[in-house]
Design a protein around this ligand. Structure first.
Ligand SMILES: [Zn+2]
Ligand SMILES: [Zn+2]
Length: 347
């Protein structure tokens, strides 16, 4: 057993504060990770505040974890002490269902095990990455390639894979016109990755306030969605639209921006149902789809791709005592583009 320093929400809606937690003893297939950096994802805020269902408290959030291997179990073959590693949104799955066998562990029929707030095999509740240490079975540990600093790599474990997976699946690449809706934590990675894949990238944002950033990140075009002319001008022009916005949008007006056979993929998760006008789909053989993170092999592929193209997240590194303030700033969209906790400040 390892004692770890962490930051936890003591109850729904209460500010996070320091806590000591126990990490399980390193089992035969386990890796003990000395966490160096942990990204702050919007999901962390929804979850600890109880907005996505009841939680068990105290709860340590964090599923964008980057660190160094400190100890390995005697059956571990993939990692050794000193390796640079990451952990994303899940820490286990059944491993035997058809989805797991296909590498889609995130959709495991028996339920993937979330990195925090989930009931583990031994009945304990998983605790996330706002912590000095974490123990994870080796199959759910990712390798962070040399050439990617750990701080800018951490957000790739959620924001990176969430956008990489649909961009790859729906064929973003040379000759393809891709629109990214929303330029936040997810959107800024979507722009970088889609541009690196060779697509022609357009940002669709409420206003033009982040236009300079969007172009710097790799977009070729930038339009304000509050301007109705945008929707007339861009009608039937995109092969793929990735929607990173978690607030309800008029989906049918975005579907009209797709070419024949185009697809709009939601990675943002609004609480409310999104009404879709079937005519907007029928009148262009269009698809409206969703996507949730990615499998483990695909997450490794994403990290390798990002290292090869020198793509880290744009981050603001904070100390642990700034977490609550950072939450307020995330909710106010006042971050460019991801907060990352330096876990050395937990000690
Ligand atoms: Zn996340
Ligand atoms: Zn499974």
């Amino acid at each position: 057993m390892t004692l770890a320093k962490a930051y936890a929400a003591p109850a729904a809606g209460e500010a996070l504060r320091p806590i000591d937690i126990e990490r399980r003893s390193v089992g035969a297939h386990d890796v003990l990770i000395d966490v160096k950096f942990a990204g702050i994802c919007h999901s962390d805020i929804h979850t600890v505040r109880g907005e996505w269902g009841e939680q068990s408290y105290p709860l340590v959030p964090g599923h964008e974890i980057a660190g160094i291997v400190a100890e390995v179990g005697n059956a571990v073959t993939k990692y050794k002490v000193g390796d640079r590693v990451g952990v994303g949104c899940m820490v286990n799955s059944c491993g035997t269902c058809d989805y797991c066998e296909a590498g889609d562990e995130q959709y495991c029929r028996n339920g993937m095990l979330g990195t925090y707030g989930a009931v583990d095999r031994d009945g304990s509740i998983t605790q996330g990455g706002y912590s000095t240490h974490v123990v994870v079975t080796e199959d759910f540990v990712l390798s962070i390639p040399e050439g990617l600093d750990l701080d800018v790599a951490a957000p790739l474990l959620c924001a990176g894979i969430t956008t990489f997976s649909p961009l790859q699946r729906w064929g973003a690449g040379p000759g393809k016109k891709v629109a990214i809706v929303g330029l936040g934590g997810l959107g800024h990675m979507a722009v970088k990755i889609a541009a690196a894949m060779g697509a022609e990238v357009t940002v669709l944002s409420q206003s033009l306030s982040k236009q300079a950033d969007g172009l710097r990140l790799g977009a070729q075009h930038y339009y304000a969605t509050k301007d109705p002319e945008t929707f007339e001008k861009l009608a039937s022009s995109f092969d793929l639209i990735i929607n990173t916005v978690s607030a309800p949008l008029n989906i049918s007006s975005y579907l009209d921006l797709l070419r024949v056979d185009g697809a709009m993929v939601n990675v943002g998760a609004p609480a409310e149902p999104l009404p879709v006008n079937a005519m907007a789909l029928i009148g262009g053989r269009r698809s409206f789809a969703g996507s949730m993170i990615g499998g483990i092999a695909e997450t490794q592929q994403m990290l390798d791709f990002c290292a090869q193209h020198h793509l880290g997240a744009d981050i603001e590194v904070i100390s642990a005592d700034q977490i609550n303030e950072a939450y307020d700033r995330v909710l106010a969209s006042d971050v460019r583009y991801r907060f990352v906790i330096d876990t050395a400040t937990l000690n």
